[in-house]
Design a protein around this ligand. Sequence first.
Ligand SMILES: C[S@@+](CC[C@H](N)C(=O)[O-])C[C@H]1O[C@@H](n2cnc3c(N)ncnc32)[C@H](O)[C@@H]1O
Length: 239
Amino acid sequence: MPEFTHQGQEKKEFVRKMFDDISPSYDFLNHFLSLGIDIYWRKIFIKKIEIQEGNTILDVACGTGDVGFEILRKHSVSITGVDLSPKMVKLAQEKTKKRNLNNITFIEGDAENLSIESNSIDCLTISYGFRNISNYEKALEEFYRVLKPGGKLGILEFSKPKSKVIGFIFKLYFHHILPRIASFFSRSDAYRYLPESVDFFPSRHDICRKIIYSGFKRAEIHDLTFGISTIFLGFKVEK
Ligand SMILES: C[S@@+](CC[C@H](N)C(=O)[O-])C[C@H]1O[C@@H](n2cnc3c(N)ncnc32)[C@H](O)[C@@H]1O
């Protein structure tokens, strides 16, 4: 039986409060619990999007900003990060100040209702945020709206590994070990919500179908590390 059954506005409020509460230990736990592999996955994700110099990037569900910072290490672009949780946004802004960066801005906002002009973004990224959104279709419609013709969507998300053996080990770690370790440092239900939200996340092909239904002309799937994480790409038709 699922423990987290929130939907719609109730899910949004739950998710916002949860990320506010876990924000102080978010970066540390991310790297610690994944043994640093999350850093590698974000790097591959950014490479796959094939960002061009001068592009305008929107990083939705930006959290504490790591995708944006990694993009700026490699590319000369302008980036806006948007996140539902005010405390995650604040941490991203503090990290920006510390790094002395000026072509990246972080704002509060909702993926389902972006305060961004239509047809204004070259690449839209969302890393480990899509699963947390209440209405996937509404968010994808927004992503399509804000992207320029020829623009690209990149989603990085946890998946279910295809191999039964890896799937078993992953499930054991995700459901039984990770929540116990995390409970020493952070709000414990957040790390029970994580594996459950992955279990109930639509299949790779369902996500691709949703991308196409929202208007994208083509979608691609790229599995990482036995399919523990997956990159989805969506391409908006050129004018
Ligand atoms: C697991 S964190 C990922 C953060 C970051 N992208 C990363 O790779 O570390 C998920 C983030 O999604 C944000 N989020 C959830 N629902 C959202 C929504 N509807 N709109 C914008 N952000 C949302 C949460 O506040 C949280 O910061």
